[in-house]
Design a protein around this ligand. Sequence first.
Ligand SMILES: [Ca+2]
Ligand SMILES: [Ca+2]
Ligand SMILES: [Ca+2]
Length: 396
Amino acid sequence: MRLCPHLTLLTLSAALTLSCDPDPTPQPSGHTGLETDTGSDSDTATVDERCEPDEDGDGWCPPEDCDDTTIWVNPSWAENPDDGIDNNCDGRIDEVFQRVFVLEWDQATNDTGLVQVDSLGDLRGTFSTGQFFTPTTATLDHDLRHFITFDPSNLALVRYDQSGSLETVASIDPEFDWPDDQGEPPVIFGDLVAHPDGYYLMAAADRLLRFETDGSWTVEARWTCTGDDHEFCATALGADPIYGTVMIFGFFGGSAVWTPDDGLEILQISDPEAPGPQFMQTHYKPFDTWFSLGIYYDEEMERENYGIFRFNRTTRENVLLGAWSDPNFQPNSFSIEEASGDFYFAVNSPRGAAGAWHNQVWRMSAQGGTTAQLFATRAESDQNYFVAAGVHYTHK
Ligand SMILES: [Ca+2]
Ligand SMILES: [Ca+2]
Ligand SMILES: [Ca+2]
């Protein structure tokens, strides 16, 4: 069987037995860490009642204002790459967008490699990791210089750098005896995020797994994704790097929020009778909100389509921002270039030679209106497969 992230999602679909709950019980609301900006005109993070004291009077308070002694440093400023200061308070000093890194997987040998593409679409290097594994989605690590991915075939969280150098951070013993109160997960697979508190989280169907840098792991939260009390089946998540708020989105719709202090709150259960978008991956854009790649049914096109969804903090709904333009090409993961807000996608297509994958990188404008191919791999192949994209910033 051809194993790829999309089919792994289908595997998840097949693995889950959902029942219809005709009268889903509304979930209680409480503190979620999402109270920031409940204004009616915007769901972008803005100054709120938490903003006190504001020593420099620029309208931003710590921790958003990473230097509360000068009005020239806060999230409203663009980064000046020449002054040695983190002007925009994103934790990076003098960052300049340089390249898109795509993790490529050869399904014939399971060898993996990194492809580097610059913002003009020019190939800037390919590196073999020299390792054999089946990676899923990838995202930036805490240091913003490494990437992390999950290998479901070895149940391992893997970390790698720009040159393809790779290490296993943590792994789950396939023979692990899950406690009775947890049960065995339907699948151990899902989107990963490096939480700002220094650990990693993965949305694995019916639980939130937490991996520490010392290799240990725990079940951080648990919900139900099968049976009569089905809530939702999580596949995607993203973390706010300032407050540590984590949004979790489901394969058949549904969402939850998790914070270190308050734990899990289900915001919306999925309805098998009218399933929402099937979310594959989520990223948080600093000082904005969560964006997710998902599959949905497009009424105008009268077919399933891929799209980027933007989470509305006020209504707590995911709103379609940009629809995918070409059904012949399938995005399987994405990342956000923070300065422009543009989206980069790892894309493949069975178009061309019979069964061949045509691996590409595409870009969608921040407003979701324009989608275009940025880069295509050297040759079509029936084996190589782009499995992840990560926008990487380099310091001057
Ligand atoms: Ca301030
Ligand atoms: Ca910065
Ligand atoms: Ca700077």
